[in-house]
Design a binder for this molecule. Structure first.
Ligand code: SAM
Length: 284
């Protein structure tokens, strides 16, 4: 039998669909694109191209892993965030589309020449997107995980942002010791209560790093308290705060920000899907 790009795509799509994988066609296209080194359009233009046994073996191996719900981003080893390709691994959160809008909110209100701090940078997604969009801005990006910082370093170098994105290891503000106060704080901290795992899809729970996902049990606002406690010392007066939150944590996180005497103009904004997602405030 003659195996072509189209027949292999159809077989993978059908098999993934039977294994309850979301968007099976898209997964099949991305995985075959990786095997053949082609983008989606090129795949489409080469539907009749014959596939070698070696190529089919490579596709079969990736399809099997996807069928066990391993995220496509992990199988590809990279993921796009605001049009920037970023290396990802099991050590970092896969950057989410909602977080792209957090970057937009921060960029819209960012003063010229701002000094920005990104607490819990993971892959470096937020810091890199901000520094790429705004050549006048510098960012200090902090994470407690050395593994995450290794990935973030590779991403910062990949996008040539080394001089303007400084990576530091430490727990929240401890990573900024000795830094002058910042103009902007951005953060997407862990907020899923491990006592309420229903807020996470099974593949997220199984494949993404617990350190990036979970608060201490029963306290989804824990990281917000830790971060907001340092705002008076580390942000300039009138400085901008933009943080991400989500289901199960939004109300508790909002209460933390509202209770802080260091903050004013606290708002909780919705994402495109209508979920409460972005906490926006000013240093009093
Ligand atoms: C939800 S992930 C966000 C990653 C990335 N900023 C993004 O939006 O894609 C949270 C990040 O916070 C980091 N983190 C967890 N506890 C921390 C702490 N105490 N201090 C600094 N970073 C921490 C995790 O390692 C993880 O990279």
């Amino acid at each position: 039998m003659n195996h072509t790009v189209l027949s292999v795509l159809r077989a993978a799509e059908g098999w993934l669909g039977q294994h309850d994988v979301d968007a099976p066609r898209r997964s099949a296209e991305l995985l075959l694109g990786k095997v053949l080194g082609l983008d989606r359009l090129q795949l489409y233009m080469q539907h009749d191209r014959p596939m070698t046994e070696q190529e089919r073996d490579a596709m079969r191996a990736l399809t099997l892993r996807r069928g066990k719900h391993e995220p496509v981003a992990h199988l590809l080893g990279e993921w796009a965030f605001r049009g920037l390709d970023l290396e990802v691994s099991r050590e970092v959160l896969i950057p989410r589309p909602e977080t792209e809008d957090l970057v937009d909110i921060a960029l819209q209100a960012m003063p010229q020449g701002a000094r920005v701090v990104d607490l819990g940078t993971g892959s470096g997604a937020i810091a890199i997107a901000i520094a790429s969009a705004r050549p006048d801005v510098s960012v200090v990006a902090v994470d407690v995980s050395a593994h995450a910082l290794a990935i973030a370093t590779s991403n910062v170098n990949r996008h040539g942002l080394g001089p303007r994105v400084a990576l530091r290891q430490g727990s929240w503000w401890q990573g900024c010791a000795g830094e002058a106060p910042f103009d902007v704080l951005v953060s997407n901290p862990p907020y899923v209560d491990p006592a309420q795992p229903e807020f996470l899809a099974a593949d997220v729970r199984e494949f993404e790093p617990p350190l990036a996902l979970f608060s201490p049990p029963g306290d989804p606002a824990f990281c917000y308290r830790a971060i907001i406690a340092g705002v008076s010392e580390h942000l300039v007066s009138g400085g901008l705060v933009v943080m991400e939150t989500g289901a199960g944590a939004d109300a508790a996180a909002l209460a933390v920000l509202r209770a802080s005497e260091s903050l004013r103009d606290v708002e909780l904004r919705k994402d495109l899907a209508g979920a409460d997602r972005y906490l926006v405030a000013r240093r009093a």
